[in-house]
Ligand binder design. Structure first.
Ligand code: AMP
Length: 382
């Protein structure tokens, strides 16, 4: 596999055309790279700001070959890219991060088993393949747990809170999957994430951890720096991210989602093999954003500067926030000097759909959060 440096003018392939691909394309094209999106049409969030889109299926080998011939390197913006797609592309062009991290982050059982095997703490979990196994595991976990599908779950989808008093036969029947994972409930104080990157020479870079609040299982607000954690917890978060970057020999960006437990320890919830919603504040708060880190890594370039220039907070803009928004309301948000608006170019605002985000930069993390939420309230709708 090549480790040659790809400079501006090179062509970067992106699997997936969502908002993460869009922000990657914006960062890379600003520096003079070309970007080709695979898997979504030209009017997708990423396609709108890329040089070319190939809207083919991920198992269309003719289209994948056409894509591979046009690009110098490939990365991905979501974890549900089929692993065989990456394996096929790898015969023709480098793909970062490679298939192993992708495989693990697509499958909750494999993910948690891998984390445990390298000594990283996770919630207690059990593999469930029948109602009988569900009964047994719920009893072992003390009666309060979360049943999750092993694949294709995100933003709380494919999950059910279960108690020993529930009709577990009915719960299992409703899930209608051959295999699931049952996780013990982690009694957490708050949720934290850390976005990290690793480069071809093995060096790693870590953003300051971010505190995350969810609403209806969807990320609502991310704030950094996190004032409520000790230095040793900060170091521990970095070491967990480093262990994962090294275990998977990542070239690119990953995010580790963690719980800070009431007893003050860290437990990993899941890994994203790509930039993450909680890292969007790096666009406005850091010299090198998580998307710049992604293209730097896959192009064989060194890390940029990931230190925060100022405290920041990011509030997601969902369809719910934008249902009846007027130009006058937008005007009042654009009037706020500390606020940066990022919209993803999605035509239809639906409830729960991520349409954009607002980042506020202020003197303290608390002020940033207050301003980001105030800006969002100006748009109405929640
Ligand atoms: P996930 O899709 O696995 O990231 O889960 C979505 C959200 O559900 C998380 O952000 C947590 O708020 C909550 N959650 C998931 N797993 C657990 C757990 N084992 N204990 C407590 N809360 C959880």
């Amino acid at each position: 596999m090549t480790s040659r440096v790809l400079g501006p003018g090179s062509t970067l392939g992106m699997l997936g055309g969502g908002q993460l691909g869009r922000m990657f394309a914006l960062a890379a094209r600003e520096k003079g790279y070309r970007v080709v999106v695979f898997g979504d049409p030209a009017d997708s969030p990423a396609g709108q700001v890329s040089d070319l889109s190939i809207p083919a299926a991920f198992d269309d080998q003719d289209a994948l070959l056409q894509f591979a011939r046009q690009v110098d390197v490939v990365s991905y913006e979501q974890e549900n890219i089929p692993v065989p797609t990456v394996d096929f592309l790898l015969q023709h062009v480098p793909v970062y991060p490679g298939p192993e991290l992708l495989r693990a982050s697509q499958h909750r059982l494999l993910e948690k088993t891998t984390l445990r095997s390298i000594g990283i703490p996770t919630a207690d979990f059990a593999r469930i393949r029948s109602a009988a196994e569900l009964h047994d595991a719920v009893a072992v976990f003390g009666g309060d747990a979360i049943l999750k599908t092993v694949t294709l779950g995100y933003d709380g989808k494919g999950q059910a809170r279960v108690r020993s008093t529930d009709d577990l036969d009915a719960v299992w029947k409703r899930f209608a999957v051959p295999e699931a994972i049952l996780e013990k409930i982690v009694d957490f104080e708050f949720e934290l994430s850390i976005v990290a990157s690793r480069f071809m020479d093995g060096t790693c870079a870590f953003y300051s951890p971010v505190r995350n609040d969810h609403a209806n299982h969807i990320l609502d607000l991310s704030v950094s720096p996190v004032e409520d954690i000790s230095n040793s917890l900060r170091v521990e978060a970095v070491e967990i991210a480093r262990a994962l970057l090294e275990h998977f020999q990542v070239v690119g960006v990953l995010c580790v989602e963690l719980f800070v437990t009431k007893s003050g320890s860290l437990v990993v919830n899941e890994i994203a093999p790509r930039p993450h919603n909680s890292g969007h504040l790096t666009i406005d708060a850091c010299s090198s954003s998580q998307f710049e880190q992604q293209f730097r890594a896959i192009c064989g370039l060194p890390s940029g500067d990931v230190t925060m220039r100022a405290p920041a907070a990011m509030a997601n803009l969902l369809g719910d926030h934008l249902l009846n928004v007027t130009a006058e309301q937008w005007r009042s948000v654009f009037e706020m000097p500390q606020v940066h608006v990022h919209m993803y170019g999605k035509a239809e605002a639906r409830i729960g759909r991520k349409m954009g985000h607002i980042t506020a930069i202020a003197g303290t993390a608390a002020d940033s959060a207050r301003i980001a939420l105030a800006a969002r309230r100006l748009l109405g709708g929640g």
